[in-house]
Design a binder for this molecule. Structure first.
Ligand code: NAD
Ligand code: UDP
Length: 312
């Protein structure tokens, strides 16, 4: 059955891949974006599809449309972008969620929230399970994002409990791949761009902090399957690749795969930068029989090819 699906933040990195996949599956897609960090370029190849509609709108303002499903992805995701205008960031998560949940309630749509591993903050348990309540500094530089996303989860649960809205909460751990913004400051795009230009690779801190990187195609596949689970499944559920690497290992891999002459340079570790991050994905594995299939090396090769074609 062809569904009508609203994707907020649809012109961003993850949103554009999601729109593409949903169209491929035969659905009608409304891509809503205010183009803060997203770009028309990410979806320009979809514009000729009669089942695709691009809408410029800011989710902090109410929005009305008829749809069967809503994927709520609108929110800047990279630390430099979400810290650029912290008040706007938290409004996007909180006011934006209220608007989208109000819409879902009115039109009886199912709504999925793109939550984040940042709800765990700088975690004291490792790997992170969904039961862990997190360790977040509520007044630090990352709070506008972390607390905004935590409040959005609260709103989703409350709309579900109070108004029976059909919700899904997905906690996303570091995704990477083609269409990451070359200047958005995230580690994979930064290192690849630096390596391709033979510029110094900027390691923040001593590089011993860890992240677990999941390739975008694996993630999109999991997100759509999670949306399709029965109504009783609401989450929160972790999604990501549990293979954990230090930032130094990531840099070494990227230098090797690009054949770069770049050297490492060390910069101060940003305040509240989490020291370790690895998802426990047992829940999602059981729920939808999903696990990532793309290795870091394979995903990096695809992403390096993308950046070679776009920035050089
Ligand atoms: P992105 O910055 O590429 O995409 C976000 C999109 O939302 C952009 O197109 C931006 O223009 C749009 N947007 C921002 N504020 C808006 C507003 N007020 N109204 C309408 N549109 C708005 O980031 P991404 O990596 O694609 O992330 C997408 C979502 O997934 C975000 O909600 C992010 O928090 C979440 N997430 C991503 C990751 C990751 O590793 N990429 C990890 C955890 C969570
Ligand atoms: N990082 C780094 N050099 C960079 C960009 C990021 O060492 O040029 C580090 C950053 O301090 C963090 C990790 O890489 O420890 C992941 O950063 P990113 O901004 O990609 O995501 P997040 O911290 O939100 O997981």
């Amino acid at each position: 059955m062809r569904k009508k699906i609203l994707v907020t933040g649809g012109a961003g990195f993850l949103g554009s891949h999601l729109c593409e996949k949903l169209l491929m599956e035969g659905h009608e897609v409304f891509c809503l974006d205010n183009f803060f960090t997203g770009q028309k370029q990410n979806v320009v190849h979809l514009l000729s599809n009669p089942f695709f509609e691009l809408i410029r709108h800011d989710i902090t303002m109410p929005f009305f449309i008829e749809a069967d499903e809503i994927y709520n992805l609108a929110c800047p995701a990279s630390p430099i972008h979400y810290q650029y205008n912290p008040i706007k960031t938290i409004k996007t998560s909180v006011v934006g969620s209220v608007n989208m949940l109000g819409l879902a309630k009115r039109i009886k749509a199912k709504i999925l929230q793109a939550s984040t591993s940042e709800v765990y903050g700088d975690p004291e348990i490792h790997p992170q399970t969904e039961e862990y309540w997190g360790n977040v500094n509520p007044i630090g530089p990352r709070a506008c994002y972390d607390e905004g996303k935590r409040c959005a989860e609260t709103l989703f649960m409350d709309y579900h409990n109070q108004n029976k809205v059909k919700i899904k909460i997905l906690r996303i751990f570091n995704i990477f791949g083609p269409r990451m913004h070359p200047n958005d400051g995230r580690v994979v795009s930064n290192f690849i761009v630096q390596a391709l230009k033979n510029k110094d690779i900027t390691i923040y801190g001593d590089g011993s902090q860890t992240r677990s990187f999941c390739y975008v195609d694996d993630f999109i596949d999991g997100m759509i399957k999670f949306m399709d689970t029965p109504e009783s499944v609401i989450g929160p559920v972790n999604i990501g690749n549990p293979e954990e690497f230090t930032i130094l290992e990531l840099a070494e891999n990227i230098i090797r795969l690009t054949g770069s002459k770049s050297k490492l340079t060390y910069k101060p570790l940003p305040e509240d930068d989490p020291m370790q991050r690895q998802p426990d994905i047992n829940k999602i594995k059981k729920l939808i029989n999903w696990e990532p299939v793309t290795s870091l090396e394979e995903g990096l090769k695809q992403t390096i090819d993308y950046f070679k074609n776009t920035i050089i």
